[in-house]
Design a protein around this ligand. Structure first.
Ligand code: AMP
Length: 381
């Protein structure tokens, strides 16, 4: 019997998520989450990974189980080196560690996940799936910042993009939902979760995305500012006397919706707007304004848009965000169906009007399935 199960590990900055997927029948026999690493009973990532291994073993699905074909690890930053899912070796681990300066919050946790899993099952194939990989096809015109080329190259300063597994999964699922050939489909994907990013995808190939060197660029997010004038950083340092770390924390953790109105959860913002709360309304307006700018920009980048897809927590659940983001865009061929947009459902669905030239869809993202699929394809090859 061939092993058909893939364990997907997402070892994040303060949590470890896992899911066990059976690629033969599509079932998911186990999943779980270890949270608040470093705050209580779970002192560090090594302890968290051991807890995951223990939980699986107690349910008879331990890392030593013969049904396990591979472990797939989500890795946030692949730099310019990793543009494909990659079988993990000692050299690969060293290279991912070498990318820590580009992703100081995420890559160390990812590496620990890989190391512990390899200690527990040294003989098992393990695969790294990179959040940046899907965006590696961006042309230089989109990937380069307009700064001195030598300086940029010396410090690896360029646009990498993130949420790549989600953008890849959702854009492919869109072709399926619309019954269209992926190669002929131009899509704008709006991944709106606590982190948020947009991407322009031409025939399945990413040509632009809103996140850059780090996940800070682009859309307004739960706690991140997204795009701003870089001189704000100098201003806050010179005039405000803030340190680099303070500015970093301000822009990544205390900005976005949270900084604007004190809440980063779109549900809470919606509730406050219902009570006429002006700060919540303004936060929503700024969030929507940025989103509309990207829809317009990517329409121009693609030239012809066939589909716009909403995904992740806000994109899948907030009819109000979708409506406000696309209101009045009939001139661009975009027309929502008010009833379809507000119907609650957990499935992939089309929400545009019959007369809309651009199809608009809601597609629940599934990063675990995408990581497992890529991992399984690689180990079976
Ligand atoms: P994610 O990062 O994809 O898990 O998305 C998390 C975010 O989705 C939360 O911070 C919420 O703001 C948002 N969200 C989840 N459910 C809803 C909902 N029913 N309506 C509006 N926003 C939601």
């Amino acid at each position: 019997m061939n092993p058909t199960r893939v364990l997907v590990l997402n070892s994040g900055s303060s949590s470890v998520k896992y899911q066990l997927l059976d690629m033969a029948d599509g079932s998911r026999p186990a999943s779980g989450l270890v949270e608040r690493i470093g705050e209580g009973p779970v002192p560090d990532h090594t302890a968290a990974l051991r807890q995951v291994a223990d939980e699986l073993r107690e349910r008879g699905m331990g890392l030593d189980s013969p049904e396990l074909a591979a472990v797939g690890h989500r890795v946030v930053h692949g730099g310019t080196k990793f543009t494909e899912p990659t079988l993990i070796t000692d050299e690969v681990v060293a290279s991912i560690e070498g990318l820590v300066p580009l992703a100081p919050l995420h890559n160390p946790a990812n590496v620990t996940g890989i190391k512990v899993a390899r200690e527990l099952r040294p003989d098992l194939p393990q695969v790294a799936v990179f959040d940046t990989a899907f965006h590696s096809t961006m042309p230089e015109s989109a990937a380069r910042y307009a700064i001195d080329v030598e300086t940029a190259d010396r410090y690896d300063v360029r646009r990498y993009g993130f949420h790549g597994t989600s953008h890849a999964y959702v854009s492919r699922a869109a072709a399926g939902l619309l019954d269209r050939d992926l190669a002929g489909l131009n899509t704008i994907v709006l991944h709106l979760g606590n982190g948020a990013s947009a991407s322009a995808i031409e025939g399945g190939v990413c040509v632009d995305t809103s996140m850059g060197l780090t996940p800070l660029e682009g859309l307004v997010m739960g706690t991140r500012s997204g795009d701003l004038d870089p001189a704000i950083v100098f201003h806050l340092a010179r005039v405000g006397g803030m340190s680099m770390d303070e500015v970093d924390t301000l822009l990544n953790k205390k900005s976005g919706l949270l900084g604007l109105c004190g809440d980063n959860d779109m549900r809470e913002i919606g509730r406050r707007m219902g009570e006429g709360d002006r700060a919540a309304e303004l936060a929503f307006e700024i969030y929507i304004h940025r989103l509309r700018k990207y829809v317009g920009a990517y329409t121009a980048v693609l030239g012809r848009v066939d589909a716009i897809v909403f995904t992740a927590g806000v994109g899948e659940n907030s009819a109000a965000v979708r409506e406000a983001a696309l209101r009045g865009l009939t001139g661009l061929g975009i027309e929502l169906d008010g009833v379809r947009n507000t119907l609650r459902s957990g499935s992939a669905r089309i929400i545009s009007a019959q007369s809309s030239r651009v199809a608009v869809a809601v597609i629940p993202t599934d990063e675990e399935l995408e990581i497992a699929t890529q991992t399984y394809a690689l180990v079976r090859a």
